[in-house]
Design a binder for this molecule. Structure first.
Ligand SMILES: Nc1nc2c(c(=O)[nH]1)N[C@H]1C(S)=C(S)[C@@H](COP(=O)(O)O)O[C@H]1N2
Ligand SMILES: [Mo]
Length: 410
């Protein structure tokens, strides 16, 4: 079943790549490639795609059905990711009506009091909090797997840290009264399955109840002080920082409390799962040997200089770093292929669940071509790896980010 679904996704993605060229050709995506509109690409479809990225700026469309778009690393330079720079990862089709008016959220399952609430009810009955929270797709970095893994070919830009306003999932669960024996949540959204079958959900994931009860898991109705962008889950979504982005259900309509691990769409292997043991690249791993990804690994991103930039022989290097449910303790950069490392200045996270900003002044001995590498070490002494172990679906690539620069006169 799942394998067929993946094949379908892969085919759709080929369509997406053609689509991307089409948008460029219309001059709507920044004139990246000088190619004509492929035959498959109708004018209407190109316009539909342009619409998908409305309110976004500089994102690279990886797929148009479903819409998936990543943010180039240098456009993630802001300390807090603005709405127009937040990536988009959809498994299905965006609901046609994303108005806040009349939207309801049901909380049911193993609770004393099943509830159905409007967004005004949420605002009125629970403490409203604003937090900067990191979202990263489990497949960010998939493009670098060899043999390649099917799915969106994310390079670096399926990550963001915006300021989300909402209520704590914990508070809502407490109001509903979670019963003994509850171990997991199941999340449901209003998006439509690609097949058009209304009985199928494109994605329905959940998290262990302990995670659902942490302070920084929000049911959010604002993104950087504005209503959510339609592509980012308007009018209501979950934000589960530090865990695979797929846990953060968009267009949220229902949260179930369960006495078993949720069995919704894409909870099953191999979706958002990795092998229980190390496997050689290309191994066909039996489905029962996969395990659900929980916390995401530590990682960092260089947002300045831009890859390929001209810089002086002394230049600023900066970016962000994050570490699942932990924090980053040390950030280092190298301009000599890792022969020597220089410590960067590292900010604390603005709150639990935010990425950390860092900066360093690099200097190189003479003009020429250099690579800038960055690596993070977390609060438990775990260091970001130079390369990572292959897995069938291309998840959890947290290897060093490297950018190339030309320093001094060419
Ligand atoms: N309802 C719904 N929620 C969803 C998804 C989806 O397809 N449908 N995609 C998930 C995945 S895989 C990721 S990585 C994040 C991405 O959030 P964003 O699109 O706001 O960046 O949303 C998650 N929530
Ligand atoms: Mo994702």
């Amino acid at each position: 079943m799942e394998h067929r679904d993946d094949d379908f996704e892969a085919r759709v993605e080929d369509g997406g790549r053609r689509g991307f060229l089409g948008v460029s050709a219309l001059g709507l995506a920044g004139g990246i490639l000088g190619v004509g509109i492929p035959l498959q690409m109708t004018f209407t479809r190109a316009l539909a795609q342009a619409g998908a990225l409305e309110g976004k700026d500089g994102l690279e469309l990886l797929n148009d059905r479903p819409v998936n778009a990543q943010t180039p690393a240098h456009l993630l330079d802001d300390a807090i990711t603005p709405n127009n720079r937040h990536f988009i990862r959809n498994n299905g089709l965006v609901p046609t009506d994303t108005a806040a008016e009349g939207w309801t959220l049901a909380v049911d399952g193993l609770v004393d009091t099943p509830m159905e609430m409007t967004i005004d009810d949420l605002r009125g009955n629970f403490e409203v909090v604003t937090m900067a929270l990191l979202l990263e797709c489990g497949g960010n970095g998939r493009a670098f797997f060899d043999p390649p893994a099917s799915g969106n070919q994310w390079t670096y830009g399926a990550v963001a840290c915006s300021e989300w306003t909402g209520v704590r999932l914990r508070d809502v669960l407490e109001a509903a009264g979670v019963q003994d024996g509850a171990i997991y949540t199941g999340h449901h959204g209003a998006d439509q399955h690609l097949s058009g079958d209304p009985d199928l959900e494109p994605l329905s994931r959940g998290i262990p109840i302990e995670k659902a009860r942490t302070d920084n898991v929000l049911i959010a109705f604002e993104m950087n002080g504005e209503p959510l962008h339609p592509m980012n889950g308007a009018p209501l979504r979950l934000v589960v920082p530090g865990w695979p982005g797929s846990c953060s259900q968009k267009w949220l309509t229902r949260i179930e409390v369960l006495d078993h691990v949720h069995d919704g769409t894409k909870m099953e292997a191999p979706s958002y799962q990795v092998p229980a043991y190390p496997v050689a690249p290309g191994t066909d791993v039996p489905l029962e040997d996969f395990r659900i990804i929980k916390e995401m690994p530590l990682k960092s991103l260089i947002t300045h200089p831009q890859d390929g930039a001209d810089v002086g022989t002394e230049f600023e290097v900066r970016g962000h770093a994050w570490a699942g449910d932990r924090t980053i303790a040390r950030m280092e950069v190298s301009t000599d292929y890792g022969e020597s490392w220089q410590e960067a200045e590292l900010d604390d996270p603005v709150n639990d669940g935010a990425w950390q900003n860092w900066r360093a002044t690099a200097s190189v001995p003479q003009p020429g071509y250099y690579e800038v590498w960055a690596r993070a070490t977390d609060s438990e002494g775990v260091m970001q790896p130079h390369a990572i172990r292959w897995n069938p679906k291309g998840y959890l690539n947290n290897s060093f980010h490297k950018v190339a620069v030309q320093a001094g006169e060419r």
